[in-house]
Design a protein around this ligand. Structure first.
Ligand SMILES: [Zn+2]
Length: 66
């Protein structure tokens, strides 16, 4: 639950921004749950970056050369 609004927390918020203390990015004491609405209202982008899309599976088709 989010302390401010009571909604379910769906995102992770860094109490101390990663930009300030990147070494605390995985420290549990620096993490708290936050809902998307509150996080958007905060304005800062403190959530985890979006997952990296898989590489395209377009392998070069080489003709069979014997
Ligand atoms: Zn909220």
């Amino acid at each position: 639950m989010v302390a401010g609004c009571g909604r379910r927390s769906t995102q992770v918020d860094h109490i101390i921004p990663l930009k300030v203390r990147p070494d605390l990015g995985l420290v549990r004491a620096n993490l708290r749950g936050i809902c998307g609405t509150c996080n958007a209202r905060k304005g800062a982008r403190m959530t985890a970056p979006p997952p990296i899309p898989p590489p395209p599976t377009t392998q070069p088709r080489r003709p069979w050369v014997l």
